[in-house]
Ligand binder design. Structure first.
Ligand SMILES: Cc1cc2nc3c(=O)[nH]c(=O)nc-3n(C[C@H](O)[C@H](O)[C@H](O)COP(=O)(O)OP(=O)(O)OC[C@H]3O[C@@H](n4cnc5c(N)ncnc54)[C@H](O)[C@@H]3O)c2cc1C
Length: 392
């Protein structure tokens, strides 16, 4: 294969192959709408009020923003999205996107739901990974306490034991059905607790290959060193590492908290520093692929190109299963579809859940598409290019 060209992601015919003219036009209007910060703010405000007053708004969301960014309300309803992606050889990562729960019943339900995604993946090549957030199976305040190393009373210790059991049950099933599982990264003030769980699970289940993947947020200035340390730990304790590399989703919140509580900002001083460490992490993982598997979770064209090119330079086949590229459903199809077209392993997070419950996720997507510099402009210009190509 020739070196991946700079313009690899410009091919809109491949990028939007899965979209009918109608769907393309719908995406166009949606991205246009959410590129307007005032509209997104108003939408968030209106949605908050409607939810608080119990006004049913699912119908207003289901046909547009939900359809763009989510697979459905249940695993079964995601079958259409999965089949569409599969046509382009792109895998589905079912992401149960219900957030902010606080009761033990809810945590058990989320654990069961994650295990249902793992069962759905068994023997199913269309689902190459599953995923969960530890805060989906644990109380946030408890995580904070564990993270800070505070003593737990008997009740809390029992509660933490139940968290460990849930995480272990998910990872054990992942090993049993042979589907790797991602543990998402979250706020820095609970991340040490997540890392400890992830490292324990990696040591337990990654003895033959990488089944459990921890997530590394390179927008933190200490994470490249963390990645290398985790790798050293794996060498010393004879297990494989799995890393999902991301830049990080909570920058503003992290910076605001650091300011408010007067501690050193955990975030890189600039976007350039973040990009430098992200790309260095990719290079480190490629160089140590004897023990490390990675998933590059990014919509950044340069970082995705870099991974593809480094794989080529190291003589690694595009479909080597230690290397995956992943994007979110409804975003950056130009990256996903063009990479998979060349035979690289690609998968998309397909969020799902009851509409009312996934609204926080949808609001974040809308806000991200408003605030991430260039992202919506990029989506819009690619859609426009494809509309013109199709003569629409
Ligand atoms: C498949 C997938 C899984 C993901 N899983 C997680 C997860 O588990 N946890 C999580 O936190 N996020 C996760 N994300 C979101 C991710 O962290 C990013 O927020 C998002 O992908 C945007 O980064 P980018 O690499 O795509 O693109 P880019 O547009 O190149 O980067 C934008 C990102 O750069 C960083 N950034 C921007 N400005 C600055 C600055 N001034 N200084 C320092 N850094 C800056 C921020 O992280 C920002 O989100 C995931 C994303 C994908 C695609």
């Amino acid at each position: 294969m020739q070196t991946l060209p700079d313009h690899l992601f410009e091919n809109t015919e491949v990028a939007f192959k899965g979209k009918s003219n109608r769907e393309l036009t719908r995406s166009y209007y949606l991205f246009k709408l959410i590129s307007n910060p005032s509209l997104v703010r108003m939408g968030k405000w209106g949605t908050d009020i409607a939810l608080r007053l119990g006004i049913p708004i699912g119908w207003a969301i289901k046909g547009n923003i939900f359809k763009q960014f989510c697979g459905g309300e249940t695993i079964e309803e995601c079958a259409r999205a999965t089949a569409l992606l599969d046509k382009a050889n792109i895998g589905t990562i079912l992401d149960y996107s219900v957030e902010g729960k606080e009761s033990e019943l809810d945590f058990d339900a989320t654990c069961d739901e994650t295990m249902a995604t793992l069962r759905a993946s068994e023997g199913n090549d269309n689902i190459p990974f599953c995923v969960f957030k530890v805060t989906g199976v644990a109380r946030f305040d408890l995580m904070e306490k564990v993270n800070a190393g505070q003593a737990l009373n008997d009740q809390e210790a029992a509660e933490w034991q139940r968290v460990e059991d849930r995480v272990n049950r998910i990872c054990a099933l992942a090993a049993q059905v042979d589907t790797p599982v991602f543990i998402d990264a979250e706020d820095s003030w609970i991340q040490d607790a997540i890392d400890q769980l992830a490292n324990t699970m990696m040591a337990r289940y990654n003895t033959q290959r990488s089944i459990v993947f921890n997530t590394v947020q390179l927008y933190r200035h200490d994470r490249l060193a963390f990645l290398q340390k985790s790798h050293q730990h794996a060498i010393e304790h004879h297990y494989y590492c799995g890393f999902k590399l991301v830049r990080g989703a909570y920058m503003e919140k992290e910076r605001a908290r650091a300011r408010q509580l007067n501690y050193t900002d955990p975030i890189q001083p600039s976007k350039e520093a973040c990009d430098r460490d992200f790309n260095a992490a990719i290079a480190y993982c490629v160089e140590h692929s004897d023990r490390i598997s990675i998933c590059c979770g990014s919509h950044n064209e340069q970082s995705n190109l870099l991974l593809g090119r480094l794989m080529q330079q190291h003589g690694i086949a595009p479909n080597d299963r230690r290397f995956y590229f992943a994007q979110l459903f409804g975003m950056s199809d130009h990256i996903s579809f063009n990479l998979s077209h060349l035979g690289f392993n690609v998968a998309k997070y397909v969020p799902y859940g009851p509409i009312k419950e996934v609204i926080p996720y949808l609001i974040r997507r809308a806000q991200e598409n408003t605030s991430v510099k260039g992202q919506t402009g990029r989506e819009l210009s690619l859609i426009l290019k494809e509309k013109a190509r199709r003569g629409l």
